[in-house]
Ligand binder design. Structure first.
Ligand code: NAP
Length: 249
């Protein structure tokens, strides 16, 4: 039975991806910053381990505790929605530590076993904002665009070792805890000169009917992992699929 290690399983896409693989006869190592045993159905094929992707010691302990794995999913991430002038450099650093350097560090930590075994898959969860830029998301977009570039270069480097690397690119998912979790990095509201723009952006979001569901992301991860012919970029959610189609025109 193959084993998958997923980061950020306490909610949203990570939790749903863990549920999906558990239900399809995989061994799941679900990692969480603050582990909770009651989030997923009890199973002999489930292990829940602590992991903060910004902490090198936590990463080393988690990779050791997980043991041999076949797949790593870098899902843990945080958001920031604000004008650049409204975000502190401390928050920006924290965001990159999680979204970008966290994914890179986790990948680096599991690669020796994948390379030696000449098999393994890394799936990095990015965002559709990287294909269609929006205002007030410059820092978040930069952190995920770096993940895209990292993934696409690394994929070439690892081809000879039969290690696959893929991007899952979700659209906007209002049902996860993403918006709530973004609050602590967002600063004290929007700087006044950007208030009108912020209102306009929020109004636009209310109007858009297509959204991404956590199941869309879990299915895209499933495809990335199980179909060696899957494309490098898998768009997850009706809005992300529509955005990708419109930029390809
Ligand atoms: N929701 C969207 O609209 C959307 C759209 C496109 C892409 N994404 C991306 O999809 C991924 C999952 O987001 P989501 O919507 O499922 O949001 P979510 O419900 O907030 O889940 C994010 C997860 O990441 C974890 N996390 C945050 N910082 C961490 C750290 N330092 N170490 C380990 N885990 C950490 C959170 O754990 P805690 O409970 O400990 O905070 C949580 O489990 C993120 O990478 C996000 O950028 C989201």
């Amino acid at each position: 039975m193959p084993t998958i290690l997923i980061t950020g399983c306490s909610s949203g896409f990570g939790l749903e991806t863990a549920r999906c693989f558990l239900g399809r006869d995989w061994t799941v190592v679900a990692s969480m910053r603050s582990p909770r045993e009651d989030m997923l159905p009890a199973s002999e094929h489930l292990r829940i381990i602590p992991l903060d992707v910004t902490d090198p010691e936590s990463i080393a302990r988690a990779v050791h505790a997980a043991g041999p794995i076949d797949v790593l999913v870098n899902n843990a991430g945080v958001g920031v929605l604000n004008a650049l002038e409204g975000v502190s450099m401390a928050s920006i650093r924290q965001l990159f530590e999680t979204n970008t350097l966290g994914a890179i560090a986790m990948t680096q930590a599991v690669l020796p076993q994948f390379r030696e075994r000449r098999s393994g898959v890394v799936v990095n969860v990015s965002s559709a904002v990287t294909i269609m830029p929006l205002p007030l998301l410059s820092v978040y977009t930069a952190s995920k665009a770096a993940v895209n570039a990292f993934t696409e270069s690394l994929a070439l480097e690892l081809e000879a070792f039969n290690v696959r690397v893929r991007l899952v690119i979700p659209g906007r998912a209002p049902d996860t805890r993403f918006g709530e979790n973004a609050q602590h990095l967002m600063g004290e509201g929007f700087p006044e000169p950007y208030a009108a723009l912020a209102q306009q952006i929020f109004a636009g979001m209310q109007q858009s009917s297509d959204v991404t569901r956590a199941q869309d992301v879990a299915e895209a991860v499933w495809l990335a992992v199980n179909d060696p012919a899957s494309p490098m970029r898998l768009f997850a959610g009706a809005d992300a699929v529509a955005m990708a189609a419109s930029v390809q025109k």
